[in-house]
Design a protein around this ligand. Structure first.
Ligand SMILES: [Mg+2]
Length: 386
């Protein structure tokens, strides 16, 4: 009796090692409470006490809290005032981005001793492909252990490492035993771990997506895996395909050393059009503040600043400037933005919208669709064609 292939071949997920031809060894390194750990290292009197690196003031937010502060429920991106309500003895310290950049550079040098395949996600986080390491034996676990030791020696700080055969799993692993953890997820363990994973722990599932998932009865990895690819696609678009794959343990994304550059920006639309150079200049401090807040919260860094203006007739003009150093300080961003403005740019037109964005970012590996307004498409033609 002839076989009936259409009934015999159900679409089985293909194991990554089968389709890729090799088993990759991927390490995800994530510094523990990075900014806060740097501050405690440099200010020993803070040791053992709850510490948050935070912007002060009415609009201030917590950038990073140490583990002592997290025990009180203090979290990053939380308004500073809320953090103080939860933990009245919380010690606040302002960010010193230049120091964090410096430490980040030291860590990067350490990574590059082991492999050229380093994909930074932020100042304190990176994927490394150590399938064929430049230093030490070809073992993800041994590479991770050596890198952690080098980081501690070189910076006085601890990192957590996750080791697995995919990026998705390596990142989950690094989060499993923080701080100072080293967690390995082996291929045969992967599906159970994914199944048990709460949906909010899936990289790329933000609060809004998590809510929509819960509406579809998806609370964890097993629920997600039970949904057909067609339904996930219908509900979540292209992102649904990513969810389908990772829920089945399939993640063939390679570690990409030079990521596609992204931009992050803020825009402000005015109820009443701004008239004249001084009025537009007067709008820049507020927008600069918002931009810096976004940048700090995201842990992205970039060196190119773009000013965007939209006029009353809806024409758009952009001007950009590239800097030698990362844009991390309000006064510098403000000075550069002000320098991009001129009568020649305005040509007497009324301004409806002012935006500032930074490009050339070290991008986060976030497969979720960008939030509206977060990754502004402000990357207009160089020199500002209209
Ligand atoms: Mg971290």
């Amino acid at each position: 009796m002839p076989a009936r292939p259409s009934e015999q071949f159900s679409p089985e997920p293909v194991a990554p090692e089968q389709s890729a031809g090799v088993i990759r060894r991927i390490v995800h390194i994530d510094m523990d409470a990075f900014y806060a750990s740097v501050e405690v290292r440099d200010h020993p009197e803070l040791r053992g006490r709850p510490v948050a690196v935070a912007h002060l003031g009415r609009r201030g937010v917590v950038l990073t809290a140490n583990y002592e502060a997290r025990a009180f429920g203090v979290r990053s991106a939380m308004p500073t005032q809320m953090a103080l309500d939860r933990c009245p003895e919380l010690l606040l310290t302002p960010p010193r981005m230049e120091v964090y950049h410096e430490v980040s550079g030291v860590i990067r040098e350490i990574f590059l001793r082991y492999t050229d395949l380093v994909e930074p996600l932020s100042l304190d986080e990176a994927y490394l492909d150590v399938s064929a390491p430049k230093l030490g034996p070809p073992s993800g676990t041994l590479s991770a252990r050596a890198i952690k030791a080098d980081i501690l020696r070189g910076t006085g700080l601890t990192a957590s490492a996750g080791v697995s055969h995919t990026k998705f799993l390596a990142k989950i692993a690094s989060d499993m035993n923080k701080p100072d953890g080293l967690t390995v997820i082996r291929p045969h363990e992967a599906q159970d771990i994914i199944d048990a994973l709460p949906i909010t722990a899936f990289h790329g599932v933000g609060p809004a997506t998590a809510l929509r998932m819960r509406e579809h009865g998806i609370a964890n990895g097993a629920d997600l895996r039970a949904v057909s690819a067609a339904n996930l696609r219908a509900w979540f678009g292209q992102q649904g395909e990513h969810y389908f794959r990772v829920s089945h343990g399939i993640d063939l994304r390679p570690v990409v050393p030079d990521r596609e550059r992204r931009s992050l920006g803020v825009e402000r639309t005015y109820d009443t059009d701004l008239r004249g150079l001084e009025a537009v200049r007067g709008a820049l401090p507020e927008i600069t503040g918002l931009l810096l807040e976004r940048l700090n919260r995201s842990k992205y860094v970039g060196r190119t600043l773009i000013l965007k203006l939209k006029f009353a007739d809806r024409a758009i003009v952009t001007r950009r400037v590239r800097c030698a150093l990362p844009l991390t300080q309000a006064d510098r961003i403000l000075a550069l933005a002000t320098g991009l403005l001129s009568e020649e740019v305005l040509r007497g037109r009324r301004v409806r919208l002012v935006g500032l964005s930074v490009t050339g970012l070290v991008g986060a590996d976030d497969p979720a669709p960008a939030q509206p307004g977060l990754f502004a498409a402000a990357d207009g033609p160089r020199g500002g064609a209209e």
